[in-house]
Design a protein around this ligand. Structure first.
Ligand SMILES: Cc1cc2nc3c(=O)[nH]c(=O)nc-3n(C[C@H](O)[C@H](O)[C@H](O)COP(=O)(O)OP(=O)(O)OC[C@H]3O[C@@H](n4cnc5c(N)ncnc54)[C@H](O)[C@@H]3O)c2cc1C
Ligand code: FES
Ligand code: FES
Length: 1333
């Protein structure tokens, strides 16, 4: 056997690993071993794309190199033998030259926190290596597996689109009409509003793409591949052996010798099982370049495809075949192709093999149901010989006599051509359109007797509805001989429902939805086939009713990107003054090159330890015992810290760090394991044995909390007018309620910290991804019983936070610091995605109950509202969230008589906390839901009722703060005008009348978002500005850069104030050492408050230097600095802003808690599929009043990013908890944030021209949070579409739609004969899989 030496190239440099560990994945290898930290960890399971790199492989037979993207987190390094890996560092850097994609991503403002950027760059780079001039479709396809939580994707697409053949057009023509020449609903095109509107970036300055400049494939690897004798390679690690046979014979021998060893191809099935389910394989077999596994052969009766082909290769092959063969022969191929287009992201499709997909037999496999109905056969081989088995239901159920034998391998798959009168269809519905496992999918095939329309063969299989792919074989059998008509359909639905049964408690939940999908798909199949029959024999078969054809059409998907209208700077403004200009994010280029350093990118400190947490598996229990002995005895384990070690330092304010004698939620921190390495710590954590005894009551939901009166403190209340009296005078009264699910922050960088004891005077440094360094300093100082001046907290940048990096971060930092201090060694703690989602909580689930009294014209004269938030097990910021909800619940409306009360419910869930918008996205939705219901009752449109209740002029809010609603009205009217609301509303009506199964909906929502912190002290900010003798400036301030561009804005401020180029100003990060006693970064005010402090510091400096400058007005900053030094004038200044005057008296329910209001309006149009619950956001128009924008590119990015995050909140982001309080959704594979496929196909954003001057920073407004709420325009547009469907089906009565409006909720609300047909379970007759909390 060959010496165990792994050889591959990384960024053009040869890597030889002598002692390779087969358990090692490429991601940690790059990051830790090679110190290439540009490639990021976002999830570890292939679901986020942050770890994307390009792998290039030479094929000596075809003499070609294949470049493909992979997720480094799932790529075992042993699989890379002989390949060339390219990471973001390999394609360009600030030290060498930038790659055009890096440059354009940054300059088009496609980076915010920058954590996703290297992955985006590498997905795009790989596409460009294969397609230097891609189409827009190829581009969105290439980026489909990459998530970004900040930007909302539009600027990323803008950047990438500059490489496309025809920039700006979808390049797909329908009826010969280009998308650019055609509006939505056939309406006239959007008018470019402001011709003088400057671009946010200039294409002219971009570096051209020059493919000759790319890294070449290493010739050494080509020679090696050509010359090397095919011989099995074996890599032995401590626990695992990796065998890479290079010939089929060797592969069969290896499989014979180790029949239980998996064949690892793409590792996208084996990898996640090892990582997340704890499966262990001591031996794996990974075939390498075995030609027989890559076979592609086409015969007249079908295709044979090698099991080793990647799914992407299969997709290309099928795309080619369907072009060449007549349609009747390619039914199965077309169906497979349809699913291959949406299956996972590009990385996974390039890694995963056809054989791996088939053999792993996931219950939600998209391809297996189709391969099974298509009568495919599997060509198996073992040392004993070859045999064929059908890819049948028995194979899919793993019946022993229909399965592979352990020593057999799958060599290839025969996929027969379809025959005349044979039809195959593919269906799937997922939470998100792309890169999401199907909730239910299906393959269906029918063969008719020649010409007669009589069923000869019928085959229907479903995925997602059982432990494996399920066949409705009995139903199919009974339908043979039946004509293809409505009667058959009706019988088919009943038979299938009888056969494919789901218990109410079935895993995965959504049981009734799944039942509805089962027959909705069947109906779609019926229509599809009927249509095809009609096409084949028009005389014999009837046409489908026009209105029914909509069941078969795809949802609207024409891409037509945005227009952005922002403000011009004043023409008299000096050209070098950057305020008001779309300056690129300060770190944009470094984000795109991977040079931007995040917490876990910091090199290891000498003798550094790793800390991981053991968390509770019970939601409410007594800890009977904790046995640490086994864990402590494992190699590398240094210590395990429990509450006993922390003693009285175990609490800070209202929070307890580690559980003492009880746990109050699943995910409650129980103890912390510290070991020499991350792997050792994680392995030991699994061996800590905790014995629990469950306690009563177990409170998970808001309703349970109300029932048990389980609240934190007493309720908060605001009241104005006389509600009771007003109820007596109104025309009508309605009562209703709406529930909103929570939301995960899903910052791309998980919670990360590194604590370094300095070894002198007990000093300790904390490098941490947080929004609130001063708080971390306080908590750590208290825990270690040190004074604050010994504890320094440093934050260079944060890879997204959104409110989630304050409370829990400080608790984890305190425990990590305790460990570091106890052992006098640096300790690192980085949460895995699943841990992060489990432990940290998110946006509060909310229940709003309302009673509204209103007049016939829609005026709401009396409103009584109750808000309940699910706070979880500790208080955290929940009361404040409730308070903000009450203060902001009026949104844009004047309710003359209003009572609102709010409660923070104490439950056995992880503590929920701040998330962008801080209570407003929930409270605002409750109000808008109430208004929508009032409109229905009055027979008016929702926008009429919105307009009639809107604040009109100078008015007072319900807590008596004065406000001017002029900009609100302007945004509203402008949004209605810009979106051509009334014309489009008519067009939507026409569309709905013509289409029974697809409906469109339109909604326009106003926004009044109050900005301010409710207290002067919370608004204070400080800055420090140093001028050095060479004339350069270093600025620091109290704000944290978490993607919102605050540092960029601060440099703009210094540049304007000191009248020096931005290039002379530097900002290193935030630290409690330079600016002490800072406030948390959040609440949309970070740039404003800190900017005023920076401005103050600059003005102090200018004042001091004024005599020097006026003495030498044409001098440079170097001259002035030297002169100041010579005259002993300090070149360093502290700036300070004391905070805006604000107050709120909760006793009286009055005050002036906010400094100003951000106004806006959004109009969204959606299309829904009534049969599946799918939806597509067709177009969104946003008009915002942003004051005087400091940086329109950054501000636009904040609005768009927030809008998309809000859209996710209200439509697809769904957390699921078990009835025992266990969070199921712990990663991107179970929890879907918006991906590139979700953004509106058309988007227009405009800023109102700046008008009034205010005392904020250059009269700007903070825009970080307000846009989230505008996402609810999509919610109400869906609501509108669902109402249209219900109306057409004659369903009257109240429509309660909770948030998020998922495919499940949409489908089940569009009641029809199919939803009537499905069996329903009596509540209480079963234990549901999940509970809405
Ligand atoms: C993030 C993510 C998203 C996904 N999204 C989707 C989706 O939308 N739809 C969908 O259908 N699937 C999806 N999947 C699942 C994916 O399709 C499968 O994981 C993949 O096809 C498995 O192929 P592989 O080559 O990686 O298998 P591996 O993990 O390498 O192997 C899987 C199994 O197959 C066996 N095996 C492999 N090849 C052979 C062979 N030649 N002979 C015998 N046994 C063999 C192995 O022994 C092993 O047990 C997703 C997976 C991930 C990680
Ligand atoms: S870290 Fe690899 S895909 Fe998320
Ligand atoms: S910029 Fe994409 S995740 Fe932050």
């Amino acid at each position: 056997m060959e010496a165990p030496q792994l050889l591959f190239f990384v960024n053009g440099r040869k890597v030889i690993e002598k002692n390779v560990d087969p358990e090692m994945m490429l991601l940690p290898y790059l990051r830790k071993n090679l110190r290439l930290t540009g490639t990021k960890y976002g999830c570890g399971g292939g679901g986020c794309g942050a770890c994307t790199v390009m792998v290039s492989r030479y094929n000596p037979s075809t003499k070609t190199v294949r470049h493909h993207p992979v997720n480094a987190c799932l790529t075992p390094i042993c699989s890379l033998y002989g390949t060339a890996v390219t990471t973001v560092e390999g394609i360009g850097s600030t030290r060498t030259r930038l790659h055009p994609i890096q440059e354009r991503l940054a300059k088009c403002h496609g980076t915010q926190c920058g954590f996703c950027s290297p992955g985006m760059v590498m997905s795009m780079y790989t596409l460009l290596r294969n397609q230097p001039e891609p189409t827009l479709e190829q581009l969105t396809d290439a980026l489909g597996g990459n998530l970004c939580r900040c930007t909302g994707y539009r600027p990323i697409i803008d950047a990438c689109k500059t490489f496309c053949k025809v920039s700006g057009c979808c390049q797909s023509t329908e009826n010969g009409v280009c998308c650019l020449d055609k509006g939505i609903n056939g309406l006239a095109e959007f008018q470019e509003a402001d011709e003088t509107n400057p671009e946010l970036f200039s294409e002219e300055e971009f570096l051209p793409l020059d493919p000759t400049q790319e890294l070449i494939f290493p010739p050494e690897l080509m020679i090696m591949a050509e010359k090397q004798a095919p011989k099995t390679r074996v890599f032995c690690g401590d626990r695992m052996t990796w065998i890479s046979p290079m010939t089929l014979k060797e592969l069969l021998e290896a499989k014979f010798k180790y029949p239980q060893a998996p064949i690892v191809m793409g590792n996208t099935s084996v990898g996640p099982e090892v990582k997340f389910k704890g499966v262990f394989h001591s031996i794996v077999i990974s075939p390498d370049r075995i030609e027989e596994l890559g076979v592609v052969s086409q015969a007249c009766d079908g295709l044979t495809l090698g099991a080793g082909l990647s799914l992407d290769q299969v997709k290309d092959i099928l795309a080619d075949v369907v072009q060449k063969l007549p349609e009747e022969k390619t039914q199965t191929y077309r169906a497979l192709l349809k699913h291959l287009r949406t299956l996972a992201g590009s990385q996974i499709r390039n890694m995963a093999s056809l054989g791996g997909h088939i053999v792993s037999r996931h219950l939600d496999s998209d391809l297996n149901p189709l391969l099974a109905v298509g009568n495919c056969t599997l060509n198996l081989l073992s040392k004993d010989g070859a045999r064929q088995i059908p890819l049948s239901e028995q194979f899919l159920c793993k019946c022993p006599d229909a399965d592979l034998q352990p020593q057999e391998i799958l060599v290839s798959v025969n996929i027969p051509c379809s025959r005349k009168w044979e039809f195959v269809s593919a269906f799937r519905q997922a939470q998100r359109q792309q890169n999401a496992l199907a909730i239910v999918n299906s393959g269906m095939r029918v063969l008719f007797r020649e010409g007669g329309g009589i069923i000869k063969e019928l085959s229907i299989l479903y995925g997602g509805v059982g432990p494996t792919t399920i066949s409705a074989k009995n139903a199919c059998q009974r339908l043979i001989g039946r004509p293809w008509d409505e009667e058959m359909l009706d019988t088919a639905c009943r038979l299938v429902l009888d056969e494919v049964t789901l218990l109410g408690s079935a895993p995965g939940g959504k049981v009734e939805f799944k039942r509805a999908l089962i027959i909705s798909f069947l109906f779609k199949f019926y229509l599809e086939v009927s249509q095809s029959l009609k096409r084949l024999d028009p005389g014999h078969y009837p046409s489908l009713a026009d209105r029914y054809e909509s069941a078969l059409e795809d949802l609207h998907s024409k891409h037509h990107w945005r227009t952005l209208t922002h403000q011009n700077v004043d023409p008299v403004q000096l050209p070098q003054d950057p305020i008001g200009r779309p300056v690129m994010h300060l770190s944009g280029i470094k984000h795109a090159t991977g040079e931007a350093i995040y917490c876990d990118d910091m090199p290891a400190v000498d003798r550094e330890l790793f800390l991981t947490f053991v968390t509770s598996s019970r939601a409410h229990a007594k800890i009977v015992s904790i046995d640490l002995s086994e864990a402590l005895s494992l190699p590398g384990v240094v210590d395990i810290i429990t509450a006993d070690h922390l003693q009285e330092a175990n609490t800070f304010a209202t929070e307890t760090f580690l559980a003492t004698d009880e746990v109050h939620c699943v995910g409650h921190l129980v103890c912390a394991v510290i070991a020499e390495s991350e792997t050792q710590a994680r392995q030991a954590a699994k061996r800590v044995r905790v014995v629990y005894q469950d306690l009563e009551p177990l409170i998970l939901t808001i309703e349970e909390a109300i029932q048990h009166k389980s609240f934190f403190e007493s309720n908060r209340k605001l009241e104005c007018g006389n509600v009771e009296e007003a109820f007596k005078t109104v025309d009508q009264i309605l009562e209703g309620e709406i529930h909103l699910g929570g939301q995960e922050h899903f910052y791309m960088e998980t919670q990360s910290m590194l604590v370094v004891p300095k070894g002198e005077d007990e000093e300790i440094d904390i490098y941490v991804s947080t929004q609130f360094p001063k708080y971390i300093q306080d908590v750590v100082a208290s825990t270690l019983k040190l004074s604050a001046n010994k504890v320094m907290c440093h934050v260079r940048r944060v890879g997204g936070a959104f409110g989630g990096k304050v409370g829990k971060t400080s608790i984890m930092a305190a425990i990590t610091a305790f460990a570091a201090s106890r052992h006098g060694r640096a300790v690192r703690c980085i949460l895995e995605r699943g841990e992060d989602m489990l432990i940290t909580g998110g946006r509060h689930p909310y229940l709003g109950k309302y009673k509204a009294g209103f007049m016939k014209d829609g005026r709401i004269l009396a409103l009584d509202v109750e808000h309940y938030c699910n706070a979880g097990s500790t208080l955290d910021e929940s009361l404040w969230v409730i308070e903000m909800g009450l203060l902001k619940m009026d949104n844009a409306y004047k309710f003359p008589n209003l009572r609102c009360r709010g409660w923070a419910c104490r439950t056995n869930l992880p503590s929920n906390t701040a998330l962008r918008g801080f209570g407003f996205p929930q409270a605002g939705l409750v109000t808008e839901a109430c208004i929508t219901e009032v409109a229905v009752k009055c027979g008016l449109s929702p926008e009429q009722v919105r307009a009639v209740n809107m604040y009109k002029q100078i008015d007072r809010s319900h807590y008596k703060q004065e406000l001017s609603a002029k900009p609100l009205i302007e945004c509203w009217t402008e949004c209605i005008a810009r979106s051509s609301y009334s014309t489009r509303k008519a067009a939507v009506g026409k569309f709905n009348a013509e289409n029974f199964w697809k409906k469109r909906g339109l909604a326009v929502i106003p926004l009044k978002y109050p900005v301010g912190l409710g207290s002067v002290a919370l608004g204070q900010a400080a800055a420090l500005v140093h001028v050095y003798l060479d004339g350069s400036v270093l600025v620091t301030h109290g704000g944290i850069e978490m993607g919102q561009g605050v540092h960029t804005k601060m440099i703009q401020v210094v540049s304007r104030e000191l009248r020096m180029p931005m290039s002379s100003v530097h900002l290193r990060g935030t630290s409690t050492e330079t600016v002490p006693n800072t406030n948390a970064s959040g609440g949309s005010v970070v740039a404003d408050l800190n900017g005023l402090a920076v401005k103050d510091a600059c003005q102090t400096l200018l004042k001091r230097l004024e005599p020097i400058i006026s003495n030498n007005p044409h001098g440079t900053w170097k001259d002035w600095a030297q002169a100041a030094f010579d005259q002993s004038i300090s070149l360093s200044a502290v700036g300070y802003f004391r905070g805006y005057e604000s107050d709120m008296n909760w006793e009286k329910g009055e005050g002036h808690p906010f400094e100003y209001f951000v106004f806006g309006a959004a109009c969204s149009e959606v299309e829904i599929d009534c049969l599946t619950g799918d939806h597509k956001n067709i177009r969104t128009d946003i008009v915002m009043d942003v004051g005087h924008s400091i940086n329109p590119a950054i501000d636009m990015g904040q609005i768009e990013g927030a809008f998309i995050q809000g859209m996710g909140l209200y439509t697809i982001e769904e957390l699921s908890y078990s009835p025992q309080g266990v969070l199921y959704s712990r990663g991107p594979n179970q929890y879907k944030i918006p991906a590139i496929c979700d953004i509106p196909t058309e988007m227009h954003i405009s800023f109102l021209p700046p008008r009034e001057h205010s005392n904020t920073l250059y009269s700007s407004k903070g825009l970080g949070e307000s846009g989230v709420f505008l996402g609810c325009s999509v919610f109400f547009a869906i609501h509108d579409a669902v109402s249209a469907a219900r109306q057409e089906r004659g369903i009257s009565g109240p429509l309660r739609l909770d948030s998020p409006l998922t495919p499940e909720r949409i489908r089940m609300a569009c009641e029809d004969k199919f939803t009537k047909m499905i069996p329903r379970d009596e509540p209480g007759s079963y234990v549901p899989w999940n509970v809405p909390v």
